[in-house]
Design a binder for this molecule. Structure first.
Ligand code: SAH
Ligand code: SF4
Length: 343
């Protein structure tokens, strides 16, 4: 079987070059080509014909298949359904903002966390993605759109902190100074609230933005929609968030998906006031994208604006996130769920 070079570090590529009887600097050259999105060894013009043939025999670059691209004609958002080598499917979402282009990347096939409103959770967990499979989403989206991606959010399918080691390699590969050298400040990781990983992340990646999915602030209510809350109760989570801000000096983002009749009452808002006041944070309010199988529906945009206004009055910075790509099943896992019968 050919060795897939996408997702290897410069050191690993140097070792690979040595296995082929080549000088180590070839490893760095390979890294730079791969990082530019080149998948065909024939295009690696600083290699001799003989070396290109040798590489062709022994290796390949990448393995993702673009199965489907859906474009939202209103806002330019594009959603990709990718096929993995083993037949599994994952999604990524490309978004254009004023400040640049962003890609929402998946970290796992499925998810163990079982949030009741989430399409990814419907099929349970299959496996972790490799660093290469996370990185290739970026290259493939750049190839398909013809646009450079300068912001990465790990907010697609899966719980990134349940795949911490591979996530770390992925972030470091994006940041590699010999490659695209993407600033850590242009990366965001979103977690459902795995406390030990939050503590570790503050040490390992203090410059990467951290988002925590809160969604409810009463302990029993949060457990009812997010089973992860049984292991890591919301008040412990908020304490960990506070420690994170103290350790890193960075503002934390709280994701709050608004679910009609579930977490959008006056009582919910008063809990936000009580528990979030004084924290170095920003609240992102997102009306839930309806996933028919879950039985939940989103709050109205008006309701979301109203809650944002109340939070602002309490001195808690809050915005209602643009519902990007809602016409193309914008929420994570929705496209895959729909395509199961097709592929
Ligand atoms: N597992 C991580 C990251 C992936 S989910 C996490 O939970 O944070 C990314 C975000 O999408 C989370 O805030 C999640 O709660 C939210 N989400 C899941 N299903 C959604 C839906 N149907 N509509 C809107 N947001 C949703
Ligand atoms: Fe997993 Fe995030 Fe979906 Fe919860 S919301 S099931 S943690 S992907």
């Amino acid at each position: 079987m050919k060795k897939n070079l996408l997702g290897l570090t410069i050191e690993e590529l140097k070792d690979f070059a040595a296995e082929l009887g080549e000088k180590p600097f070839r490893g760095k050259q390979l890294f730079k080509w791969i990082d530019r999105g080149v998948t065909d060894f024939e295009e690696m013009t600083d290699f001799s014909k003989a070396l290109r043939a040798k590489l062709q025999d022994a290796a390949c670059v990448g393995s993702l298949d673009v199965l489907r691209v859906q474009k939202d004609h209103k806002d330019g958002t594009r959603k990709f359904l990718f096929g993995l080598e083993d037949g599994n499917m994952i999604e990524s979402v490309f978004m254009e903002y004023k400040y640049g282009n962003s890609l929402c990347v998946s970290s796992q096939v499925g998810c163990k966390m079982g949030c009741k409103f989430c399409a990814t959770a419907l099929d349970g967990f299959t496996r972790n993605l490799t660093p290469g499979e996370m990185l290739e989403q970026v290259y493939a989206a750049e190839r398909e759109t013809g646009k450079a991606i300068n912001h990465i959010v790990v907010m697609g399918m899966g719980e990134p902190f349940d795949n911490y080691e591979n996530l770390s390699v992925f972030l470091k590969l994006l940041h590699e100074p010999e490659g695209r050298n993407l600033s850590y400040r242009n990366m965001t990781v979103s977690t459902s609230g795995i406390i030990p990983a939050i503590n570790r992340f503050a040490e390992d990646f203090p410059q990467v933005n951290l988002a925590i999915s809160l969604h409810r602030l009463d302990n029993n209510g949060r457990s009812a929609i997010m089973p992860v809350n049984d292991a890591y109760p919301v008040d412990d989570l908020l304490r960990a968030a506070k420690e994170y801000t103290e350790k890193t000096g960075r503002r934390i983002t709280f994701e709050y998906t608004l679910i009609k009749g579930e977490n959008d009452s006056e009582h919910d808002v008063s809990l936000m006031k009580k528990k979030l006041s004084g924290l170095l944070c920003h609240v992102n309010l997102i009306p839930l994208n309806k996933v028919t199988e879950t039985g939940f529906d989103g709050s109205s945009r008006k309701k979301a604006e109203e809650i944002a206004g109340l939070l602002e009055n309490f001195g808690i910075p809050a915005t209602v996130r643009r519902e990007l790509g809602s016409s193309i099943d914008g929420a994570c896992g929705q496209l895959r769920a729909k395509n199961k019968s097709i592929y």
